[in-house]
Design a protein around this ligand. Structure first.
Ligand code: SF4
Ligand code: SF4
Length: 398
């Protein structure tokens, strides 16, 4: 411990000595990306239902349907939580016919969780923190395979460790030149990004337990392919959706790496990640507005899109002051087709706010089965942004 007794004449010398030792401790701190991965794994296990799933698997492999039955929860809820554990590389899985079997990727996981949380006073203790943080050690080489399945929609509940290849610079730059920003926009277009916007992130769109490192964001959108839209909800739709998330996530990391390579610090808010409400961030960036179905609607893609963001140390982004798409809500007020189009009754009209439906997460199968019916039923998808705009203008005149 550093003794800071200012009365002591030797104080400065002692302090210097102690700081030298402290310097060594600082040098031994793990890198930011390792700490980030550790915190993401801890978040994945910090849910009683997910802990119950891990305990059920303590004695060996189980089929998903047995887990559903044992916990007496809807299949979509269990599937959602299994996906979170899979994404954090805590579970192995395999398919046999139409059944999926799960097991712990680290057989000692439960023992390690118990050790980590065991104290005499019942407090959480990190003393015996033996949970492995390097995902490779936990997953036993299954990473690539596990990435192929998971959540189908943008419900934003997944833990996503940073997969940027380049480390953040020690002293990141804060001002970006126009040319560099143009290069970034050009690169984005090459990757198939449909729109790009800039925003200061408001506190009220951050998800719980967020770990926000920068408050400015570059927001990008990518189309949901027609192959996904045309597929009926189920395993295949979910698989296609997951591949899109993977691809879009990788594009986000590539753009983040580009910014890091030219001296800026970044943090990727993965399109499937839990950091921020990305649809609302797209709205704040002026890319579009939120429809009654809770999705971001843009001129380029209607609601047929995924959103991702690169948070950055850049302070002089060209942030728009005005959102030109606020009229979208006026149309939603009289439309409501997404509510009728939802096969699960997961969207409910909100009598106090006709521009925004209540979304019943437990009923929604967007997450677990790649459902896109609330996109397909939306006139912004069917007829396009300009058609709807013309329609609402005519309605105003009449
Ligand atoms: S249509 Fe209903 S169930 Fe399907 S993704 Fe939309 S809200 Fe969820
Ligand atoms: S279907 Fe209608 S109400 Fe729903 S988001 Fe689209 S325009 Fe709005």
């Amino acid at each position: 411990m550093i003794d800071c007794n200012l009365e002591d004449n030797n104080c400065i010398e002692k302090l210097k000595e102690a700081l030298n030792e402290f310097d060594e401790i600082i040098k031994e701190l793990p890198k930011d990306n390792i700490l980030y991965n550790q915190s993401e794994i801890l978040k994945a296990i910090s849910d009683p239902l997910r802990l119950k799933i891990l305990y059920l698997l303590k004695n060996g492999e189980l089929c998903a349907c047995h887990i559903d039955c044992a916990l007496d929860k809807p299949q979509s809820t269990i599937s959602h939580h299994l996906n979170i554990l899979k994404r954090s590389n805590l579970l192995n899985w395999r398919k046999e016919g139409k059944w999926t079997y799960f097991s712990l990727s680290n057989p000692k996981l439960i023992e390690q969780i118990e050790n980590m949380t065991k104290t005499q006073k019942g407090e959480i203790s990190l003393e015996n923190n033996s949970i492995c943080c390097e995902s490779e050690e936990i997953i036993g080489g299954k990473k690539e395979k596990e990435k192929e399945e998971g959540c189908g929609c943008g419900c934003g509940s997944f833990v996503r460790p940073d997969q940027s290849k380049i480390d953040n610079p020690q002293n990141p730059k804060k001002e970006i030149e126009n040319d560099t920003l143009k290069k970034l926009e050009k690169k984005s277009k090459k990757f198939g990004i449909k729109s790009i916007g800039y925003a200061k992130i408001p506190e009220n769109i951050l998800n719980e337990n967020h770990d926000l490192q920068y408050s400015n964001a570059i927001v990008i959108t990518s189309p949901i392919g027609m192959d996904i839209i045309d597929e009926i909800p189920g395993e295949k739709a979910q698989e296609l959706n997951n591949k899109l998330y993977e691809k879009f996530g990788n594009i986000s990391y590539e753009l983040s790496d580009y910014l890091r390579s030219v001296g800026f610090a970044t943090q990727v808010a993965h399109p499937e990640g839990e950091l921020i409400d990305l649809s609302r961030l797209g709205q704040v960036a002026g890319l579009g507005d939120i429809g009654k179905n809770g999705l971001l609607i843009t001129p380029e893609l209607g609601p047929r899109l995924k959103v991702s963001a690169i948070l950055t140390s850049i302070k002089n982004l060209p942030i728009l002051k005005k959102n030109n798409h606020k009229w979208i809500k006026n149309y939603c007020e009289v439309c409501g087709k997404c509510i009728k189009g939802c096969p699960e009754n997961a969207l409910i009209e909100n009598d106090n706010n006709l521009t925004k439906a209540d979304i019943i997460d437990e009923k929604c199968i967007g997450c677990s089965q790649g459902c896109t019916y609330c996109i397909e039923s939306c006139p912004f998808f069917e007829k396009g942004y300009d058609w709807v705009k013309e329609k609402i203008n005519k309605m105003k005149i009449e």
